[in-house]
Each structure stands twice: as structure tokens, then as C-alpha cells.
Design a protein around this ligand. Structure first.
Ligand code: PPS
Length: 572
């Protein structure tokens, strides 16, 4: 148990009063305005409501340098994460230092104004090295820094006009002062915060409850719903899961509140940042996980941070943060005693059966619709996860044929469509080259730009079909590797993507010349003809390559069916 108790007095916010806000909003409409990105909106919300206290705005150049190099603002205050307003060079050129700008959300609502005191071009490679540990694009925040963030940073104090609007789970969102008031009202003087971006299972429920009991404190489940690691379970599903788990704690011991934080996955620095944020929200303790806020593997396949780096850095600074670290206890299920126990406290390890299901194994079982035992998770949580992620044989997917004109793409695609319709269960849409060029891309020609646009449109439609649980079969030429990869990325967020190279040789396509186009192309009557006067980049690692010479169409389509079965996409 610890003596740390929270001072639940309100903390400073950056909002002006309601009346001033109405006036400021009208004035701000005249200012040069910046449409914020989703990540900037998350940062702004926590700046304005005091979640990032003591920051008063986006970092100045001097504060930024201090934060990057020593985790400290220029006045010496501990602050581990650069909270910067990145903009394009073009926007930066239109702004003079000293000017006020309006900060808008993505619908154009003015949320705040900012007085620009600083404008500079950061050394991003240096920021990546210092803050994230390596200038390696495998780190999601480093990738964001180089490939999404603008080149120039603006700094300056923010004047808050209104909170960003949320339409989801409104009753579950609290500002730091709302949480402080809540704790005051309940008489909670010690609160353990549990930061999470994952669904909670029984082990989490056990370890969080135990952590609170040991600290003689109450518990706050404080999940991040802003931006988490790409590929995470979406926050809508997670919140429904958290609500189910909340019922499992003894009543009046535990609260839950959603935090609109944009995580950076910065491991040790992120843990310290999370601590400061929880302190601002009125908590006295925080559970720090092994590999807390870890970003996964670097481009050499190794971990970015050591498993205990986050706990070590947190412990070093906890007095200054004003929040006490609670170790994350690894809980495992002991079958003979039908209960969870901390792994390092089991004396009779060799005489009992210890059960555990890893994250990877859980994902496999969900994907294949296999059993998830009750000792592992709560039935309500499993049901939510299954609803969101049905087994692969019930999910949507995209089959993307690519190959030269006349290679047989459309014929095989048609045969495949009919076979899938015979099986039933999911709607099938064929996006054949010719159909698309008639209905979606009728104004386009065959320049590289137009072909890319055509393929991206096909990818967009296929991704929507995949998201909605259907099967999209695409059959364009799609001659460029990079464009095909972009389509793959669009679709893989929602379901499987199978690239199938219809590998009929140019000689054979030209010999068949089913539409008479090759002849015209040779005569120069059709320009930019793929294979003749325009490039075709062969796929290097397609999911499947089909040869059509001496193989009939039915067999080619059957090969695709076998591939789909082997990937679990259709029941065997
Ligand atoms: S692309 O490159 O993926 O956007 O092409 P796609 O939409 O599949 O369109 C290919 C069909 O258009 C006809 N056609 C041409 N193909 C290639 N190059 C040129 N210059 C060209 N002009 C017309 C041709 O019939 C292609 O049909 P398929 O079914 O592939 O034979």
C-alpha cells in the first residue's frame, strides 16, 4: 500500500468562457485556418482539457528541442513527447510569426485559435532517433513522422473555443476535471489507472483488480480510443467489450472512462507520458506493463525496446510525475485450483497444470471460428469479438487478377464467379476491366495516370465490398506493381487480398489476339498498348500464378478455389 493520495482540485484548461467562446468563434472565422488531421485533433483535445497539463499549446522550438533531447521543456519540467503542430511548407509560407490562426476539425468547425510564436523545420531523423529510439520506418510513429506529418512545425499557445465533437459513447468520455470531480464525489483518494488498447480478458480483470487491492485503491479502466497501433481491434468493439468486463468487478470499486489519446507506441517515453496524463486525470497509481506501448518489431526483426525499459524509465521519474507505478503481474490460470494466480508466485509449478492462450493463438481461434474457453475470457467479450471478426470463411475478400490484355483474366474471373455463386453464402461482384471502364472510369484513357486512377477506383470499390462481407473479383490489366500494392493495402484492412497473375505470355496473347487489338497496336493504330508500347510489371510474389497455355479455364478457376480453401476463406 502507498501513502500517495490525490489532490483532486481542478487543473487548468485552455478554454475561454462560454460567452467569450461565442465571440471568439465569430472573430476566428476571419483568420487563416488550418484543418487539423485526426491525430492533431486528439492532441488538441488533451491540450485544451488539461490532459497534457502543463502544456499551454503546441510546443515552441525551444521546448521541442528540450523535449526531444532531454525529455524536458525549456523551464526544466518533465515532458517526454513532442506535441507539435506539423503543417505543409505551403501552409507555413502563408503564415507569419506573431499571427493568430484558427484550428478546425475535419468538418470545418473552429475548435481553437493559436498564436503562432514559432515556425521551424525540424530534424525529423533526429527526432526519430531520440524519441522513438531509431529512425526506422517499421515504427508506426516514425513512419507517421516521415510519411504523413508536414515538413514544418508551428508552435504557440492555444485558446480553446470548444471540445472536439464525439457522437460515440458520449457518456463514457470524461475530461480530467470531470474525472477529478467524479472521484471527489465518490470519495476516491487513491486510484489505480489501467491504460489499455486491447480487449480485456479474465487475466486482465484479475490483474487489475489485484493491483488496486494491493494499493488499497480504486480502479480506473482508462482505455485509449483516439489512435492506437494500426491493426488493433477497433474502439467500438473494444468499448462494448470493456462494458461487459466492467460488470465483473465488485460494484463501486471500479470506473471506466475513455481517453481520446493518439498513441505513438513510444515504449518507455510513452509510459512516462501516460503517467503524466493519468496524474492529470486525478489518478495516483498506474499499471505499467511489460513492453508498455511497444511498437512491435523493427525492420531487422528485433524489438525496439527492452521488455523492462518502460518500467525502468517510469520508476526513475515517478516522484516527479507524481504517480506511483504498479507492476503488471503476469497472471496464469491454474487448472487444478480453477483460478488465476501470478505466475511468479506459484510454488508448486511442476505439480499443477498452467493454462495460457497467447495473443497469436487467440487471433487464430477467432479467425478459424474455434472454441475459446470460458477460463480464458468472458462469453460476452468473445461474442463481441466474434461479431466483429467472423471466421475467415464468413469474411469478405478480394480476388485480384492481373495480366496482359487477352491473357484470359475475364474468362477465368467469370468462371470463378459462377463457382463461388454455386457455393453461396456471400454476394459476389465482378469488377472486370471492361465493365469498370464502362461504368466507373468511362472518361479515362491509358496513360500511367489514368491507369492508376482506374485501378485505385477498382481498389476502393473492392475494399468496400470486402468490408461489407462480400467477394470482389477484379480483372484489370493493372500493369504497375506500386499501384497493385496500394490496392492491397486498401483491402487488407478489411479482409484477405489474393493477387493472381494470369501469366499468359505476350507471344500467346498476341497469337490469340481475341479482340484484334494487338494487330492494331503493332500497326501503331492503338497507342500505349500494354506489352507492345506500354509496360507491364510482372507480380513478384502473387498469391497464385496461373498458366493458361494447355490448361482449360475450368481448371484455372479451380486452382483459385483450392487456394481460397487453403487460406480458410471458403469452407473446405
Ligand atoms: S488498366 O491498365 O488496368 O487500367 O487497363 P484495363 O482497365 O484493364 O483495360 C484494359 C482493356 O482495355 C482495352 N484497351 C487497352 N488495353 C491496354 N492498353 C491499351 N492502350 C488499351 N486500349 C484499349 C483492352 O481491351 C483491355 O481489355 P482486356 O480485357 O485486358 O483484354
Amino acid at each position: 500500500s502507498s501513502l500517495m493520495q490525490s489532490n483532486l482540485a481542478p487543473i487548468p484548461e485552455l478554454y475561454v468562457s462560454y460567452d467569450s467562446a461565442q465571440k471568439l468563434k465569430v472573430e476566428a472565422a476571419e483568420l487563416t485556418s488550418l484543418d487539423l488531421t485526426p491525430r492533431q485533433i486528439c492532441d488538441l483535445e488533451l491540450l485544451m482539457n488539461g490532459g497534457f497539463n502543463p502544456l499551454k499549446g503546441f510546443l515552441s522550438e525551444e521546448d521541442y528541442n528540450g523535449v526531444v533531447d532531454n525529455m524536458r521543456l525549456s523551464d526544466g519540467t518533465l515532458w517526454p513527447m513532442p506535441i507539435t503542430l506539423d503543417v505543409s511548407e505551403k501552409f507555413a509560407e502563408s503564415i507569419a510569426v506573431g499571427q493568430d490562426i484558427a484550428l478546425r476539425d475535419q468538418e470545418g468547425v473552429i475548435l481553437a485559435t493559436m498564436t503562432v510564436t514559432d515556425k521551424w523545420e525540424p530534424n525529423k531523423a533526429h527526432e526519430a532517433e531520440k524519441v522513438f529510439g531509431a529512425d526506422d520506418l517499421a515504427h508506426p510513429a516514425v513512419n507517421y513522422l516521415h510519411n504523413q506529418a508536414g515538413k514544418i512545425y508551428l508552435g504557440g499557445p492555444v485558446t480553446g473555443i470548444q471540445q472536439p465533437v464525439h457522437y460515440d459513447f458520449r457518456a463514457r468520455r470524461d475530461t480530467p476535471n470531470e474525472l477529478r470531480a467524479h472521484f471527489r464525489k465518490l470519495g476516491w483518494r487513491k486510484v489505480v489507472a489501467f491504460q489499455t488498447r486491447n480487449p480485456l480478458h479474465r487475466a486482465h480483470q484479475e490483474l487489475t483488480f489485484r493491483a488496486a487491492k494491493e494499493a488499497q485503491a480504486n480502479l480506473l479502466i482508462h482505455p485509449v480510443v483516439g489512435m492506437t497501433k494500426p491493426g488493433d481491434v477497433d474502439h467500438f468493439t473494444r468499448v462494448r467489450c470493456y462494458e461487459a468486463v466492467l460488470d465483473k468487478y465488485p460494484s463501486a470499486t471500479t470506473s471506466m472512462s475513455l481517453l481520446n489519446l493518439a498513441m505513438r507506441m513510444a515504449g518507455p517515453r510513452e509510459a512516462v507520458w501516460h503517467g503524466i496524463i493519468r496524474k492529470n486525470h486525478g489518478c495516483t497509481h498506474m499499471i505499467v506493463d511489460r513492453d508498455h506501448a511497444g511498437p512491435g518489431k523493427n525492420s531487422a526483426g528485433e524489438d525496439f525496446y527492452g521488455p523492462y525499459d518502460a518500467q525502468d524509465l517510469f520508476r526513475e521519474h515517478q516522484a516527479e510525475i507524481g504517480i506511483e507505478m504498479v507492476d503488471f503481474k503476469h497472471m496464469v490460470y491454474v487448472q487444478e485450483r480453477a483460478q488465476y494466480e501470478p505466475a511468479d508466485e506459484i510454488a508448486d509449478k511442476d505439480d499443477v497444470t498452467i493454462l495460457n492462450i497467447s495473443g497469436t493463438e487467440l487471433r487464430r481461434r477467432l479467425a478459424e471460428g474455434l472454441e475459446i474457453p470460458e477460463w480464458f475470457s468472458f462469453p460476452e467479450v468473445v461474442a463481441e469479438l466474434r461479431k466483429t471478426k467472423p471466421p475467415r470463411s464468413k469474411q469478405g475478400f478480394t480476388v485480384f487478377f492481373t495480366g496482359l490484355s487477352g491473357s484470359g483474366k475475364s474468362t477465368i474471373a467469370n468462371a470463378l464467379m459462377v463457382k463461388l455463386m454455386e457455393m453461396g453464402g456471400r454476394p459476389v461482384t465482378l469488377l472486370d476491366g471492361d465493365i469498370v471502364r464502362k461504368n466507373l472510369s468511362s472518361e479515362l484513357g491509358f496513360s500511367k495516370e489514368h491507369r492508376d486512377l482506374n485501378i485505385r477506383r477498382i481498389g476502393y470499390v473492392a475494399s468496400e465490398i470486402t468490408k461489407n462481407g462480400g467477394i470482389a473479383i477484379c480483372a484489370p490489366i493493372a500493369p504497375y506493381t506500386a499501384t497493385r500494392r496500394a490496392v492491397r493495402e486498401d483491402i487488407e484492412q478489411f479482409g484477405a487480398f489474393l493477387e493472381i497473375h494470369v501469366a499468359t505470355s505476350l507471344e500467346e496473347c498476341e497469337r490469340r489476339d481475341r479482340k484484334g487489338l494487338y494487330k492494331l497496336a503493332r500497326e501503331g493504330k492503338i497507342k500505349e498498348f500494354t506489352g507492345i508500347s506500354d509496360p507491364y510489371e510482372e507480380p513478384k510474389n502473387p498469391e497464385l500464378r496461373v498458366e493458361t497455355e494447355n490448361v482449360d479455364v475450368d481448371n484455372c478457376a479451380h486452382q483459385v478455389i483450392l487456394k481460397l480453401e487453403s487460406m480458410g476463406l471458403i469452407a473446405g
